[in-house]
Ligand binder design. Sequence first.
Ligand code: 13P
Ligand code: SF4
Length: 361
Amino acid sequence: MADGNTRFDFSPDVEAAVAPIWERVKSRVTPLEWQIHAPLIAQINRIKREKNAVILAHNYMTPEIFHGVGDYVGDSLGLAREAARSDATIIVQAGVHFMAETSKVLCPDKTILIPDLRAGCSLASSITGADVRLIKQRYPGLPVVTYVNTTAEVKAETDICCTSANAVQVVEWAAREWGVDRVILIPDEFLARNVAAQTDVKIIAWQGRCEVHERFNAQDVADMRAAYPGAEILAHPECPEEVLAAADFAGSTAAMTDYVVARRPKQVVLLTECSMASNIAADTPEVEFLGPCNLCPHMKRITLQNILDALVKEQFKVTVDPVLADRARLAVQRMVDLPPPAVPARYDMIKARHHVDVELI
Ligand code: 13P
Ligand code: SF4
């Protein structure tokens, strides 16, 4: 059996086995890099079959992972849905730790592996379960909606989870179910502000930030508009509200992908993580992707080599205390059970109302 230090050859057999993948990634991966990636991809895909394993790959994975070994690719919501319905024995989460924990919460009997335990998230580390308990004491009777970018410990204190794809839908559902006009939406302040601009429900927010998206600002949008007047500008809802108000479209990573694939703009700017453009480019060769973009250091900890090691050594197993997992599952399952959101974002409302205030805890 191969281990993490084994070197594999770029043999004619390997080259032939991965030729269809090369066709998809060759605009973004150099032939020299491919000689290193291709043998790893061939090995990973063989071991997956042997072990009845699947790889859930987030949209921010590098293209050789996303197109080479991902069995299911998508945004946080899509990957959670796939985990819930998977019949694999092993799930390798090619993403960050909170995503792997979400899979473990939904599939307690499966082996969930993360290739690098250090793949964290600035939003997940911005809040603890104890913080949420204090928030609930301060706002008794109000529902707590928690972004999936949180630990299982935080989800366990939560009424329902949301992702950037369904946050407005979930907040409005919670307000209706609890019969209230205020909802706690934690921990991403910018997501909370962007949701507040799209609903009449009042939002109580926490001051967590995504270290990747908080760095974009309205000047970036103005600069791109000046340099490329025809380019369409898309932004993730974790960006500051001024960015979304100045952009042409706001949505989750999957919603941005759908937008580019469906509309094929000549030039596009994706104000999000850099690998998004590389991954969409495989299906949209006629679209020119322009900067700026930012790298997520946590997502970038996942590599083909550590995915191979994860499969071979069955490491690193993600565990969640069963009592905590039962409580967290209620919140995640409630979200998964809602119908998929019909509209990615009420974008005109963000533009018209982006100044709507939220109460910061
Ligand atoms: P999505 O749910 O849009 O995939 O976003 C996850 C994430 O971590 C974005 O920074
Ligand atoms: Fe977390 Fe931001 Fe990285 Fe997404 S991009 S995993 S929100 S730090």
